[in-house]
Each structure stands twice: as structure tokens, then as C-alpha cells.
Design a protein around this ligand. Sequence first.
Ligand SMILES: C[S@@+](CC[C@H](N)C(=O)[O-])C[C@H]1O[C@@H](n2cnc3c(N)ncnc32)[C@H](O)[C@@H]1O
Length: 205
Amino acid sequence: MTDFNRKEHWENIYQTKSLHEVSWYQPSPFTSLEFINELEISKEAKIIDVGGGDSFLVDQLLKNGYRKVSVLDISAKAIIRAKKRLGNMADKVEWIEADAAEYSPDTQYDFWHDRAAFHFLTQEDEIRHYTQTAYDSINAGGYLLVGTFSTNGPTKCSGIEISQYSESRLVERFSKFNHIKCQIVDHITPSGGVQNFIFCLFQKP
Ligand SMILES: C[S@@+](CC[C@H](N)C(=O)[O-])C[C@H]1O[C@@H](n2cnc3c(N)ncnc32)[C@H](O)[C@@H]1O
């Protein structure tokens, strides 16, 4: 993987595939929204969607009254697509073009969300950077919700290797956090395939 250029890979995906063509397309990010609703996250909460791409989570958060929302993605093209879709509402969002494997925010969040981005990190140093950064960048009492392919899920996504996770592996990776709960969810891709995900919720002590 030494010659692999992660940014180029993702820019190419967003250049060549439409919103509905990508396997992770979800018209409504219902699992994430269920967690957020259940926790009754304050509308004042600072929320970051890491590897948000052009997901509809940001649309839903704005619609539900959240006003301190950031979306981080390695792909400028993904961000441009999401901004275009949101129109004027895009100005209410902080957009961060960065690689989560090396980026460290200079602010603290109350809710850190990641659906299908963390699992692309396969190198130990990058995984450690991510988990430590998440810990350092979440306020005490704040939450982290991470959704990855489970051990029954695919071993690759968009042609590249991913790390599969069981509940115990995710809990081990985010061991500085208090583990609240995990949920197994089948995602149905636009072509009708089934991808088994695990979503785990953690709270920073
Ligand atoms: C499978 S897609 C999921 C997109 C979105 N979270 C969703 O649920 O629809 C993975 C996303 O993570 C982004 N990504 C992959 N690796 C990343 C990294 N190291 N840092 C930031 N973003 C990354 C990709 O550009 C892509 O938008």
C-alpha cells in the first residue's frame, strides 16, 4: 500500500461516481439519527461528521435545528457536492478538507460521528492517531458514534482494504472512552447488496 494515494483515490471516486452509484449511499442516515435522537443531543452541541463525504447526515442535522455542524472529508469533490446540494444552507456548516489519519482539530466537539471512514485506516500508527485525536477533541461527557463494517461485512470498499470490527475490537480501540452500546445493522447498497455494519457509541469520561 506504500504507493497508494488516499486523497487521489477518493477524488477519483467522487469524480466518476454519482451520489446514487456509491455503495454507501443512504437516502436517510437513520441509524445515526436514531442514536442522536435517543441521546437527546442539545441543539447547541458541536457536532463533527468525520469522513462525511456527501452524506445526508448534515442535511438532517440542519433540518433538526443543529447549528454547530462540521463535516470533515479528505475529498474536496465530496465537499463541493454536499455544498452544492445544500445551497445557502451550506454556509451554516464548517467544511474541513483533511485526512483524518493525520489531522487534529483545534477545537472540541460534543458529538463525533463516523460512518464508514474509520474502517479505511489499516495502519497501526494511523488508527492510533485517529483514536487519540477523537479522545482529545471530544469534550468530557461528549459522545463518539462510529459505524464500521463488522466481521460479517465486506473486506473491501470502493476497491480498497478496510479493517473489519467486532464489538470487542472497537471497544479495545476506543478503550479510553466509556462504552455505551453497539448495534449491528445491515446496509442495503443501491445495487441490492447487503453490507453488515456495527455501530458503537462511546462517551468520554
Ligand atoms: C464509504 S464513504 C462514507 C461517506 C459517509 N460517511 C456516508 O456514510 O455516506 C467514506 C468517506 O470517507 C472519506 N475518507 C476516507 N478516508 C478518509 C480519511 N483518511 N480522512 C478523511 N476522510 C476520509 C471518503 O472521502 C468518503 O467520503
